[in-house]
Design a protein around this ligand. Structure first.
Ligand code: DX5
Ligand code: ZN
Length: 239
């Protein structure tokens, strides 16, 4: 399992220090939740904040775009220092074009699905995907309860991706993840867990990372996880 802590739950008064502590604690990924107040009922931050954090951090910047018509901003997020751009299927009428554009820029391309969004489109978009994000809460806020039926959706997604020859595409699960449900999520097919409130509330961060990793110790790793582990900050841009 890869743990991607969500910046949304970090201390915004000292983000540079927070990122340095994450790296020192052994984290490799950082999940950045961009919200526009239109697609979701909350506003967070955009490219300027990511640009400010980039020079001081070697973390892999996993940027979750909860914004309408994300294709308008791809270049701004690339220039700011994103490594992975995840767009929501519900925000883009031409996701195949946007995903291939992200890859053309040298970044990893991800698609996110809301809890109520069907999987069918994955049959046709799988060749353009580096990562699939399943929302296990309705996007907009951290600290919400995990939606129980997300578990069977994770299983169905893994089965579908494997069936269409996309066994290398990792599944990221976002919302309500914690050490208590981490093994169940991973057994269902999750490779990458996003954690906001269940991570940042518990210091020190190295002990919290250990708690998450200990929880999934007996779980089997999939080729999709091995693939995602090979991604590193700076590597995707140089492709
Ligand atoms: C929700 C965000 C999530 C959120 C996760 O819209 O996409 O990344 O920060 O927070 P927790 O882990 O607290 O549910
Ligand atoms: Zn997110």
């Amino acid at each position: 399992m890869i743990l991607s802590p969500s910046l949304l739950s970090a201390d915004f008064s000292c983000l540079g220090q927070e990122l340095a502590q994450l790296e020192a604690a052994g984290l490799h990924w950082l999940h950045l939740d961009v919200m526009d107040g239109a697609f979701v009922p909350n506003i967070t931050f955009g490219p300027p904040l990511i640009r400010a954090l980039r020079p001081g951090s070697g973390l892999f910047f996993d940027v979750h775009l909860m914004i309408e018509e994300p294709a308008r901003y791809l270049e701004a997020f690339r220039a700011a220092g994103a490594d992975l751009l995840v767009i929501h299927a519900e925000t883009d009428r031409h996701p195949q074009r946007t995903l291939s554009e992200i890859r053309r820029m040298g970044l990893k391309a991800g698609l996110a699905l809301n809890p109520g969004t069907d999987l069918e489109m994955l049959r046709w978009l799988a060749p353009d995907l580096d990562l699939l994000l399943l929302m296990s809460v309705n996007p907009g806020f951290s600290g919400q309860a995990f939606i129980p039926q997300s578990l069977s959706k994770i299983r169905s997604t893994r089965a579908l991706l494997d069936m269409v020859g996309a066994d290398h595409v990792p599944i990221q699960v976002d919302g309500g993840a914690c050490p208590e449900n981490a093994a169940t999520l991973m057994d269902a097919g999750a490779d990458i867990l996003v954690s906001g409130s269940a991570f940042f509330k518990y210091r020190p961060y190295d002990a919290r990372l250990t708690a998450f990793m200990a929880a999934v110790q007996g779980c089997t790793e999939r080729p999709s996880l091995v693939n995602a582990r090979a991604w590193r900050h700076g590597v995707s841009q140089s492709v």
